[in-house]
Design a protein around this ligand. Structure first.
Ligand SMILES: [Zn+2]
Length: 385
């Protein structure tokens, strides 16, 4: 069964995504406020920091200690199509994040880097269970990261680029600690932890394996998102939405497999795609990351355009800035170049993200009304389409 929708009008007069086809200047995109929902702490370290931390803590497995070459190595390894090399990238970043001071530094720099990139709000996720190899307790890991974000927020504000950073605690879907991480999330919910996430290999590890954690979180009225529908298809999304009750989909890009396009441009949504759209379930799309993992052939071929045209709750994210050599500014520029999206489209994406954030409603509205909209109005006055 499918639900018929009207024809798609990618640039129709009532289309909020209609706009100039000319790419925006990079400085304008950097200054434009952006909101980020899907960014991994262990996927966004500065290469020079990795080199420093490796020296401090005696980590001797880096492929090179030259920061520039190391940064290039990360992108190449993630680009290689080899799962082994891709996983090796995270072995190095996680390898230097096993001590309290290292976690504080990495989190502080993350907040500073996102603020310098024009993000006004970010939810950065990490898996506490991956940072206990040198003896830290889960609570100590969380407290170190939260302290780092507070330090980074203060530095960013002092530099005139205020940012609000919250964190999501990720459980690994291949492990069996999800209930414990869910309880950790609830314990720190008033201290900067905004929600819970589950990540890791999808095939063979359906989210319903972790129902105990999701039921507990729902009982506690706690927010959570699930990595689903990235490499693996609709069954993973179906489980995440129907059985686990996730509020957002990490990636969720394979929802396009439930959409049929006719030669006349009309789209027909299957039951699941219609349900995801009806409920306004946010899709945490990560264009460059999807191209690297093969979920999309190129940015121009990325389903984000179709999903935006069909008015899904689309958001744009970085996933792993270090491995993808990217930033929110770069992701927005790539979309601007591929689809001609201008400032109205960037504002739409940013408001979508803030509407979908795991902070209280009044705080979301304040960011939208007092920060995002005035800044875009000023930028649009300076740079009319
Ligand atoms: Zn991710």
């Amino acid at each position: 069964m499918s639900v018929e929708t009207g024809p798609i009008h990618p640039a129709g007069p009532r289309d909020p995504l209609a706009g100039s086809r000319s790419p925006l200047p990079v400085e304008v995109v950097r200054r434009a406020p952006k909101a980020l929902l899907h960014d991994h702490l262990d996927g966004g370290l500065r290469p020079a920091t990795i080199v420093d931390l490796a020296a401090t803590y005696g980590y001797d497995r880096l492929p090179t200690t030259d920061p520039v070459a190391l940064g290039e190595w990360f992108v190449e390894a993630a680009d290689s199509g080899s799962l082994e090399r891709y996983l090796e990238t995270f072995a190095h970043t996680v390898g230097v994040m096993q001590h309290r001071a290292a976690l504080v530094r990495v989190a502080a720099e993350c907040a500073e880097d996102l603020a310098a990139d024009g993000c006004v709000y970010a939810e950065v996720r990490f898996a506490p269970e991956l940072h206990v190899a040198e003896g830290l307790a889960l609570d100590e890991v969380v407290e170190a990261v939260l302290e780092g974000f507070r330090v980074g927020e203060e530095r960013a504000a002092a530099a005139g680029r205020p940012i609000v950073v919250r964190t999501l605690l990720t459980a690994m879907r291949t492990a069996a600690r999800s209930r414990e991480i869910a309880e950790l999330t609830v314990r720190y919910r008033d201290a900067g932890v905004a929600g819970f996430d589950i990540a890791g290999a999808e095939a063979g590890f359906p989210p319903s394996r972790h129902l105990d954690a999701f039921n507990y979180l729902r009982g506690e009225s706690c927010h959570f998102t699930i990595h689903a529908g990235e490499a693996f298809g609709l069954p993973s999304i179906h489980e995440a939405v129907a059985f686990c009750g996730c509020e957002r989909l990490g990636h969720g890009v394979r929802i396009v497999d439930d959409i049929d396009l006719s030669p006349d441009g009309s789209a027909s949504l299957g039951r699941l795609a219609a349900y995801v759209r009806d409920l306004r379930i946010p899709l945490e799309l990560c264009p460059s990351s999807n191209v690297q993992t093969g979920a999309a052939a190129s940015i121009a071929d990325h389903p984000i355009r179709l999903l935006a045209d069909l008015r899904f709750r689309v958001t744009v994210n970085t996933d792993n800035r270090l491995m993808s050599g990217t930033s929110m500014t770069r992701e927005m520029l790539l979309l601007s170049e591929a689809f001609g999206w201008g400032l109205p489209q960037l504002q739409w994406l940013t408001v979508n993200a803030l509407k979908s954030a795991f902070i209280p409603f009044d705080q979301r509205l304040a960011l939208i009304d007092e920060v995002v909209k005035p800044a875009y109005a000023a930028l649009m006055a300076e740079h009319p389409a």
